[in-house]
Design a protein around this ligand. Structure first.
Ligand code: 8IG
Length: 271
């Protein structure tokens, strides 16, 4: 069974991965999944005790580590002192890696096959709103998928209204009422946008620009699981600020925001 074989049903590979996961972790069913994008790494420890951690390349359908030495893992975490478990997908495949859209969404499909009812997709992104300084977390209210592709195959006309669950956004706002909302625009990447493309995204109604998330969200909806998307603005998108932000400022802002956004995520998961 290979995701690269068009005759393979990707859902069969996801079911194999979920079965492997259940046997390796001893956790038969996970309740919520999280994809931790750049800047969100610290959240796992705050959610609860790690029950098991598995290198993702040993799980059916997950590719070998994209970056040498960066071994992606899947972690099963007991949520607080409850008997619920979170599945933390530590390795994200981006569309720009050219491994195909099936691999971009395989983690989400595996989480769905593992029984999760909701998924929290996080990412690092560029912001179009100058009020959202680097380090600001923003709830995703909707998206513009500019990748010109879809994870859905065949005549499956999946409805995407309320794709970014308003119920889950309300839960997030119970934790932090000050959280702003925005429309997330996915560009294919890996290059950043030109200032003209950032202006175009703004004219189209976008507030955030990134290179992930929209395809994973669509696959999650196809699998029938609720989606909460949260972006971390790590930089002002190209052309938004008169002075180009220094890379150091961006890194520093992301790092400083770490503890706060990790606590936010852990509190949301705990509800
Ligand atoms: N497309 C896009 N992706 C990003 N990821 C991060 I972190 N910053 C950006 C950005 O400015 N644009």
């Amino acid at each position: 069974l290979s995701l690269d074989d068009p005759s393979t049903d990707p859902l069969d590979v996801a079911r194999d991965a979920a079965a492997f996961l259940a046997s390796e972790t001893g956790v038969a069913q996970h309740d919520v999944a999280l994809v931790l994008g750049s800047g969100w790494g610290g959240a796992a420890e705050l959610i609860g005790e790690t029950v098991a951690e598995i290198p993702s390349h040993s799980i059916p359908g997950f590719s070998a580590p994209a970056v040498e030495g960066h071994v992606g893992t899947l972690r099963s975490i007991r949520i607080g002192d409850s008997d619920r478990h979170a599945l933390v997908l530590g390795s994200r495949t981006h569309l720009y890696e050219g491994r195909g859209v099936r691999r971009v969404v395989h983690g989400v499909r595996t989480a769905a096959a593992a029984g999760v009812r909701s998924i929290i997709l996080t990412n690092g992104c560029g912001g179009l709103n100058p009020d959202w300084t680097p380090g600001t977390p923003v709830l995703i209210s909707d998206h513009l998928n500019l990748t010109a592709t879809s994870p859905i195959e065949g005549a499956n006309f999946v409805d995407l209204t309320d794709l970014y669950s308003s119920r889950l956004r309300d839960v997030a706002r119970e934790v932090d009422a000050s959280l702003p909302e925005g429309v997330y625009v996915q560009f294919r990447g890996p290059h950043y946008e030109t200032p003209a493309e950032v202006r175009m995204a703004g004219r189209l109604g976008g507030d955030l620009v990134g290179m992930s998330t929209t395809l994973e969200a669509i696959a999650a909806r196809q699998a029938g699981i609720d989606v909460l998307g949260i972006s971390l603005v790590t930089n002002l998108a190209a052309g938004i600020s008169a002075t180009a932000l220094s890379h150091e400022e961006v890194i520093e802002a992301g790092r400083d925001a770490g503890p706060r956004i990790s606590a936010l995520l852990a509190q949301i998961v705990g509800r």
